[in-house]
Design a protein around this ligand. Sequence first.
Ligand SMILES: Nc1nc2c(ncn2[C@@H]2O[C@H](COP(=O)(O)OP(=O)(O)OP(=O)(O)O)[C@@H](O)[C@H]2O)c(=O)[nH]1
Ligand SMILES: [Mg+2]
Length: 358
Amino acid sequence: MKIGLIGLPSSGKSTLLRLLTRGQAGAPGKARVGAAPVPDARVDALSRLFQPKRTVYAQLECTELPGLQLDAARTGAGVAARELAESLRPIDCLVQVVRAFTAPHVPHPLGSPDALRDARRVYEELVLMDWTLVETRLERLAEARKKGLRHDEEMRLFERIRPELEAGRPMRALAFTNEELALLKPYSFVTTKPVVLAVNVDEEQLRSGEYPGREELHAWAAERRIPVVELAALIEAEIEELPEEERAAFLADLGLSEPGIARLARSAYQALDLISFFTVGSDEVRAWTVRRGATAREAAGVIHSDIERGFIRAEVADHQELLREGSLHALKEKGQLRVEGKDYLVQDGEVIHFRFNV
Ligand SMILES: Nc1nc2c(ncn2[C@@H]2O[C@H](COP(=O)(O)OP(=O)(O)OP(=O)(O)O)[C@@H](O)[C@H]2O)c(=O)[nH]1
Ligand SMILES: [Mg+2]
């Protein structure tokens, strides 16, 4: 799954990327893409039980997108827009980073921090990108029509979408038939992608739980069903660089029971409708990611195509049952290890052992 960090310049995208990728990316001079392990207390618990050689968390691939240039008159704006559109193409989910933190030494591109204004501006900019795409396409279709080429269905579809975008509604808020989705597929729209709002706060704001416009921002986001996560990217990135045994104390001191990245990852999972299942053993305890509604056979395919092809059955238990009983063997003895076929719908938090032959 590919997550794209988008926002105004200096909103904290690189800092958040550094936090998400545990310092692998985002630092000055380092890459703008990195793998972010998804913190998961369930994996930790299973790992304590199995004491495996390796513990592997689910991963999200995070990319920092170019900072949004709002001044369209700026020279090179067209190039910047094309570059942004290109980098957005492969992205599955957007994390919109909004600055709430005050830092006199960090200039704000619009003068001063205003989280709601910035959230709106970026959101409108994304809607505008799609509107431009629709508009250009409609012009082409009109020209084609003059030459006798008719694409009536596509034209009707785009004519229906245009006013929605003009009213500020993102494409993800619209309902499409399968035929319409097929027509839309070749185009790379932005507002079809789910969004999570990450509000980057400073230490004082984190402690007080307040920043200017917080209530309005939450109301605005709730109206659009955009999940909001507040985190202090800079302090949390600093804490992340401490020895592991010291981190919890620093987080607790900030009033955090878990790091902001854990909440952000959960929101992204929810927004994308993803779930995790686990494989366990003395070699490896590992979290895997599938879309909600994935079958046992599809889940097997995430691990290896051989397991998918040679699928015989899945032995399934909820991770909590496994933690309670202590081993897959004990669960089996008690008849609590369920045997499921290839069409079984995998549930979040299940431990699965696949039987297959190759
Ligand atoms: N005080 C404070 N400063 C922060 C925070 N987050 C980021 N900064 C600072 O703000 C500046 C910009 O942060 P970046 O993470 O580079 O922002 P960006 O969005 O990647 O910026 P561009 O890549 O230039 O668009 C840096 O000096 C950061 O140290 C924060 O939570 N608190
Ligand atoms: Mg940056």
